[in-house]
Design a protein around this ligand. Sequence first.
Ligand code: F6R
Length: 612
Amino acid sequence: MCGIVAYIGPKQAYPILLKGLQRLEYRGYDSAGIALLNGGLILFKTKGKVAELEDYLKDKNLKGTIGIAHTRWATHGEPNQTNAHPHFSKSKKLAIIHNGIIENYAALKKELTKRGYTFDSDTDTEVLINLIEDIQQNENVSLEEAVRISLNQVIGAYAIVVLSQDNPDMLIAARKGSPLVIGVGEDDYFIASDATPIIEYTKNVVYLEDEEVAVVKRGEDLQIRNIKNRKKTPYIQELEWNLNELEKGGYEHFMLKEIYEQPRSVKDSMRGRLNAQSGIVSLGGIVDYEDKMLKARRIIMIACGTSWHAGLVGEYLFEDIARIPVEVEYASEFRYRNPIIDENDVVIAISQSGETADTLAAIEMARSKGATILGICNVVGSSIARATDAGTYTHAGPEIGVASTKAFTAQVTVLTLMALRLAKLKGTLPKSRFMQLLNELEALPEKITKVLDDHGITERIAEEFKAASNFLYLGRGYNFPVALEGALKLKEISYIHAEGYPAAEMKHGPIALIDENMPVVFIAPNKGIYEKVVSNIQEVKARNGKIIAIVTEGDTTVKDLADYIIEIPETEEMLVPILASVPLQKLAYYIAILRGCNVDQPRNLAKSVTVE
Ligand code: F6R
């Protein structure tokens, strides 16, 4: 979704802002813009990609050591040049960039219109900057004070940076419900909606809290107050991520790089938490909440999209080996459906970005009813990580491709560790079985490497089916969520319609779709109710469907039935989702590439969905 980057310091701001915008492209956007201050305030914006903005700026004078820049994902008003950020105030002496939504913007706009303000754009953002200007002029207060007073009148979510012609050595930044990070350099400051534009300059960052306003002055210490004017002490943290994690590292796309990173990312998500030889599984972040989880009436996992699929695998794991009842809910539904929930429930919120608006709102709702809230997040310091009572980071490293890949396998790995830990504490597994599972888990990264090295089979399958209009993905038990995830990956990056189903449900409807043009992907390892899945494969074959099957190495039964097989190494049934999702990610990737799609930034999608 929208991206923010701002700079103040001794260096030229434009190259830093442009690079920052490029780093934020992964979030998804439809227009971009920049404002610089060098005597006067200048502002440029264009519809489309950052490259188009760069092109447009080629022969412009872009001098200045302070500036703000933005990528916009349209919410109020269509994606065009006028609606793109930054926005000027009426006097053109203030400029603003904004992520989030001002819900009461219509009422504020009406009031300002009565007072003679006119608006060029359809945005809520232009209303906010004029409100700030109006307050500054009429109440004769400093800019900082005007920002604070305005934000007290605003309902909704915001991360903003304000640049002022009359204050050439100052930026004002504020947030509520939309993240904002301030990078603290040697003699400069960087402000951004996430840490990616900052990492190459400094690792020292301050995450603003909700309703905090930062006054960022050249050559001075950072000052933070909340919107009630209470002074806050900036808490400087060190970023864990490295610059090379934000580069493609020789791969054509971030998505492919991230698929191939999985042996490493799965290992990292287990690092320091699993010692198979000594039979140890421990998750330091939630150790104080283990008792609560063991005694919980039930655990409710809330998430969206791919993270919701990870939650579904979690449900199978927790119930199967730890014997704790689990429900998995779409955060967007859960938050509005008046669920029966109280202090006997433990909620686990799962989110790669840690910024998903629906998941955040569902957390607040569950908290208000007394539930304990735990988190599984990838982005350290993210809003969800901070909104939970405790949690476990996945440590998958930055995920830049919009389609989630390594974050999913890391989430499932962490859920597996949690389930094993609870099983151990609860004594629901015999020791020998427990040890066997730990050993298998530890062996996974190596097995993922083997899955990745598939001798080109996924590329050949992609070539054969690249023109298909529909795909069906079928699996049972632990592999039903994998079928859902495989279908989601394909539809979001290739725009082919794809559906995931529990294989046996096929007979209750989707079987009507099957003919010689319908590719059906089965996840059919030799585990669980394998024979039943084989029967489902036969049902598809009898109707001339094209069968692509993920099977355990050495399988001959399915091989004889399927048009194509992709082999994965033998592993425990509960660990198959981690191995089986990898070829499905590759299949989606290659099909999308052959169809000429932009896999890293698929149309209409955003990396972190910060609006509901
Ligand atoms: C799919 C995808 C999305 C996200 C969803 C939740 O590839 O990336 O479905 O999984 O938007 O995002 P997070 O995990 O950041 O809460």
